[in-house]
Each structure stands twice: as C-alpha cells, then as structure tokens.
Design a protein around this ligand. Structure first.
Ligand SMILES: [Zn+2]
Length: 256
C-alpha cells in the first residue's frame, strides 16, 4: 500500500519539477565558479611563504621558486628504547615550520599529500635502506575530538604518499588514541612522556596483523620524541618486532 502511494506521488510531481530542479544547482554552480574566477582575477592569492602573488588560477599554497627551494635535509638516527630509529625529511625551521603550521592549524589539508610525496622522494634512499626497512606504515593517530575539530589527521595525509613510495601497505586504524592527554607544547620530555602514558592503544582485532612486523610510524614533527615513543611502546607491547619513526621534520636542537 505504502509503495503504491509513493510511486503514484513520484510520477505526478517530480517529473515536471525534475528538469527545472536539476537546472538550479547547475546554474548555481556555474555562477559560483564564475564569481570565484572573478575574485581570483581581481585578488590573486599570495604565496604562503614569500607573499608574492601566485600565478592566475592557483588558489593557494606556495609559488614554484619557494617550493623548489625548500631546504630538504633528510637524515636518520639510530636510537635505543622502543624506537629503533627515526628518519626525517627536513629540519623543523624556516619554511617547514610555516608549512607544518598551515597543515595543522590553518586547515591547509592539501599540503599533506604534497609534503608527504616530496618528503618521501627525498627520504627514498633511507626508506629503502636496511636501517629503516619496515613491513607496514602506521600514522600517529589523533584523539577523535581533535580529529573532528581539524577535519583530518595530518599524519595520515603524510603517511599515504610515504607508504606508496616505500611500496608498503598502510593501516590507519591499527593504532588509536582513546585519551586526549595534555597539550604537549611547553612540556619537558619527562612531562610529555608522563602525560602520554596510556594515550595510545592497538586495536584488538588488528593485533594479529602486527605480530612480528616492523612498523614505520609516521608523524609530522618530532620534538622530544615522546609521542613516537608512546606509540612505539603500545605497538611493541602488542607484538610488533620493531618500530621506526618517520617524520616530515625534526626539531634541530634534538639529536635524533
Ligand atoms: Zn613564494
């Protein structure tokens, strides 16, 4: 009965309104596009790093000279403890500090895949070397409230192109963060480690996939290494053979 009523209604009204109704969003989209082009032409976006106007129709990010001149400085350090090694693409200073800030705090999610791909290219020799050989790529997770507020996990955006270039599978759900913990900014290494205690867990159903594997753990920046170590402890505790940190940038004053 209800099906008959719905189909009878469906035949009489939406058909005639359908053509007109479909035309409205299309017209609106075209108008939006036209207005956006006009705004771009009148007020071209500036390069995120040097402030020069970007070429016509480039809506954001950096100009080509700034992008090509980024001071990549890949490196690797062997460590003791739950993390076997850490590799990085650049020093967390100058343009990289600005880019990471844009990626994390200014909604510039499109920088994630670009920086991840460029960083992976620079780190390729290290990624494929013996010291960093891994089986699986895992991004450092965000607490769900922060993930919701930001709209994305920047570590995952960086991890995807890194996994692709390293030829490794990626599991973004293996590790999760049930506790938000305190903000890390301004805390000492000991305070960071304490505040991160119990913040990261391995998803129970994925433990089998972890056993005996070497994990490449991806994050945006390493400062004291407390976040990577807290994740590594959770991964090792759940059966991972080894954990190697891989970050876009490291704070230079920290050795490794
Ligand atoms: Zn520029």
């Amino acid at each position: 009965m209800s099906i008959a009523i719905r189909s009878a209604r469906g035949r009489s009204r939406p058909r005639r309104r359908g053509a007109a109704a479909a035309g409205i969003p299309l017209a609106r989209r075209l108008l939006d596009r036209l207005l956006a082009s006009l705004v771009e032409a009148l007020f071209p976006a500036d390069c995120f790093l040097c402030g020069d106007p970007l070429p016509f129709r480039q809506s954001g990010s950096t100009c080509l000279p700034c992008w090509q001149g980024l001071p990549w400085a890949p490196g690797l350090s062997i460590r003791k403890g739950p993390l076997r090694a850490v590799l990085w693409g650049a020093d967390y200073a100058g343009p990289f500090r600005r880019l990471v800030h844009g990626l994390k705090f200014e909604g510039m999610d499109y920088l994630g895949p670009l920086l991840g791909e460029a960083g992976a290219r620079r780190m390729e020799a290290l990624l494929c070397g013996d010291a960093a050989r891994a089986d699986l790529v895992v991004p450092v997770p965000l607490h769900w409230r922060r993930r919701l507020g930001r709209g994305y996990n920047q570590a995952r955006l960086l991890a995807e192109p890194i996994a692709l270039r390293a030829g490794l599978p990626l599991d973004a759900h293996l590790l999760w963060r049930p506790r938000a913990g305190r903000r890390q900014l301004g805390l000492s290494r000991a305070e960071r480690l304490r505040s991160l205690d119990g913040c990261y867990r391995v998803a129970g159903v994925r433990r089998a996939a972890l056993r005996g594997r070497t994990i490449l753990l991806v994050d945006d920046v390493v400062t004291t290494g407390a976040t990577l170590e807290a994740c590594a402890r959770a991964l090792r505790g759940a059966g991972a053979a080894a954990v190697i940190g891989c970050v876009l940038a490291r704070t230079p004053r920290v050795r490794g």
